[in-house]
Design a protein around this ligand. Structure first.
Ligand code: ISJ
Length: 111
């Protein structure tokens, strides 16, 4: 039978391993968010140049529906995904509006 001390040692090894994966995943999230905002911030300038409205509710609804489906597929909570997407979209719209008003104070990406 494993001693209490051996159990704790095994848990420490497992924790270290899990944290190494968490570190890799967090790095991927940062790079992916940077790329998403690089695209959406370019969309801001495109929309301003062509007088298009900042928000596109049809596109947003399609995105939410699609990502909720993907979440369910991944056995992940669709409500969490919807909230997270809405957080991203709110920041994108804020940026679209700022560009419309000629401001660059809410830029998240350095050019
Ligand atoms: C980026 C866009 O602008 C807004 C932001 C969206 C998003 O972050 O996914 C989706 C629709 C728009 O309300 C777009 O129209 O594609």
């Amino acid at each position: 039978m494993a001693s209490e001390q051996e159990d704790v040692e095994r848990a420490r090894v497992l924790l270290k391993d899990l944290r190494a994966s968490i570190d890799n995943i967090d790095a991927a999230i940062v790079y992916m968010l940077a790329e998403r905002f690089r695209c959406t911030e370019a969309v801001s300038y495109l929309k301003t140049q062509h007088n298009l409205p900042p928000a596109d509710k049809v596109r947003e609804a399609e995105q939410i529906e699609r990502l909720r489906r993907l979440a369910a597929d991944a056995r992940f909570n669709p409500d969490f995904v919807e909230k997270f997407l809405n957080f991203l979209i709110a920041n994108v719209i804020r940026h679209h509006e700022a560009v419309n008003e000629g401001r660059n104070d809410v830029d998240l990406v350095h050019r």
